[in-house]
Design a protein around this ligand. Sequence first.
Ligand SMILES: Nc1ncnc2c1ncn2[C@@H]1O[C@H](COP(=O)(O)OP(=O)(O)OP(=O)(O)O)[C@@H](O)[C@H]1O
Length: 739
Amino acid sequence: MRNAFPGLKLQCAMHNQVISEPSPAVLKHVGHKFHEVFQLKQACYADLPVTKILEMMESNSLESAPTQALLHVVYGILDETAETMNSEIPHHVACLLRKAVQEMGRRLSTQADHLRTQNNLYRAREEKYRSKIKELEALVSVSRKETKHVTVQPQQIRSRRKKNVSWFSASTLLKCFRPTSQTANSKLEEEQKVEKQEMMKLVKENEKNILELAAMRQELDIVGMVHKFCSLEMEAEAKAAIAILQLKIKELECLLADSNNKVKELEESFESKCQSWTMKEKIYQSFIDFQFEAMQKLRSSSEAIKQEVLETQKRYSFEFNHLESKLKAVTDAAGNYHEVLKENHKLFSELQDLKGNIRVYCRIRPFLPGQTEKLSTIENISENGQLVIANPSKPGKDGQRSFKFNKVFGPDATQGEVFADIQPFVKSVVDGYNVCIFAYGQTGSGKTYTMTGPTGATEEEWGVNYLALNHLFKVSQDRKSNMVYEVAVQMVEIYNEQVRDLLSSDGSPKRVGITTISQPNGLAVPEACMHPVISTSDVLDLMDIGFKNRAVSATALNARSSRSHSIVTVHVRGKNVKTGTVLYGNLHLIDLAGSERVDRSEVTGHRLREAQHINKSLSSLGDVIFALAKKSPHVPYRNSKLTQVLQSALGGQAKTIMLVQLNPDATSFSESMSTLKFAERVSGVELGAAQSSKEEKDVRELLEQMASLKDKIAEKDEEIRRLKSLRDLKPRIPQQHQL
Ligand SMILES: Nc1ncnc2c1ncn2[C@@H]1O[C@H](COP(=O)(O)OP(=O)(O)OP(=O)(O)O)[C@@H](O)[C@H]1O
């Protein structure tokens, strides 16, 4: 690992500056354990065995070790710590530590130098004094010798003199040298005098030397004492310095321990931070890469979009110019649209008029699941509305009879298919037309099924009543921007030539009267409760109540035979929100009572009366419809309650749909024949071949006209829609271009 604090190399720095390697003598002195510690150069202190260090710390090795050696250890440990901690010690802490240790080292070194020079000085002085003492001692010994010699010489002279005296006195001196003995005596006396003087001189010199020696000894003593004092002082100073250093070392140790702890903490936090940074770095890197890539893509796509926008702008400006002219044409055409629409309605009405306001559909119910003998009277059903039925008792062509209606629905026809043909008439109610839909047929032929559906019908099995109302609500919803519609429902039944309200507020069917005054809503029973409805479910609920109230009684032919005519009238009031014009339309949904002949029913008494009323009302209805189909000036409305009630709903612009129900069973042949004859009579098909063919031609032409008009309207609608969407787009283009 790289050293982040090169200046922290304390040991090297200290060695170079002040401290030299401890001398072998010193190391020898402090013992082998400390010696090992001092000799440590390449290895780490941390690598030293703990036992060895503990042993060394318990012995007095540290106390006897020289200061330099201790410092050496301190620097070594500090260096090593710095190496180990490397970049974990903050730079400023490392610098402070380094400075403090350097300063301490410098001070110790200065003190050591000072002590060393003083020591040398004292040693030199001591040497000087020692040599002087030696000189003086030599001098003293010389002077002693001389003194001895001086003391010995006079004695020798004295002894010699004594000998000479004895010798002279004995023979010779007295005999031979009597004249010379006097000279020699004088000479000897002189010599003795000189010697005496010399001796005096030597004694004086000796005394002087002794005094000098005493003075020197005194001086030496003083110097020795001073030296001793200085040594003691220096020793005390050194001890104090050592104590200070030890304190400082302890402080440093504490500091080191603190630093170690901090370093550990820093290490841990650094580690975790490093990890989080690495993670963040990775995340940022990937994010940057992703952004960069996205930016590149955006840049290229922006370039492409710019180009595209420019091109589109060019194209659009061209197209807008082109469209502007077209729009003008279309606006003009749109102005005519409503005119065309009106005309279309007019044409549709005219078409209905030409085709006849009465439409007769024939529906053959299937054999019921329980019927075992399935001998059908139905020979053939054609697409063009032709129905051929066969008399089971007269096989062959003779027994066959053909009828023509607007349409014949076979046993497989669904409720939806039947309603599809009725739907345009239902729609015309919201345009203000009156529409009557009758279900006619013998008991059990499927009238209620077609009009209402089976008991507990699913949505697919819903009858004309429900589907018609559903459609009315849908159309009124579609037109809500232009028209506001209010829808209300009445439900009455005609039983035994009595009109009864099936939705009376008190819950039981209430008898209501018929008004002769023409009603704007088309129903001549103003007393019957009128229930506003806003949804199909409202209507379903009301019809449920109505049908429960309807008089139902069993006959020999149908256990659920309805012996009354039920009339559901839907009143529609529409108001144009722009013009404020109001229109009314009525839809009468009539489930007629069974049309079977009285003798077949084998009923008597009030049942017979019931049947007679039913037959009378049905034949009156037939008469009225026939008169209307013939455009007869007199229409016999007053012959029955049924025709009276429906007077304003039949004739005029009202449209009538007769749903003729047939039971295919062979046993019902004669009933089916009478039903079909009734239907044939009211359908007006037999009103004359020439008129019929002319009508067909006119109808064809009108149909073609209508089809082309419809196509034109659809085209214009499409164009308007397209132009509107383009106009909506136009303001956004400059914004896109700014991109
Ligand atoms: N198209 C049809 N598909 C299936 N079942 C039908 C169909 N038409 C009628 N039915 C069934 O025939 C039976 C008689 O039908 P429905 O009650 O509608 O006759 P109806 O003419 O109304 O009789 P009534 O005059 O007595 O009321 C019922 O069970 C009915 O479910």
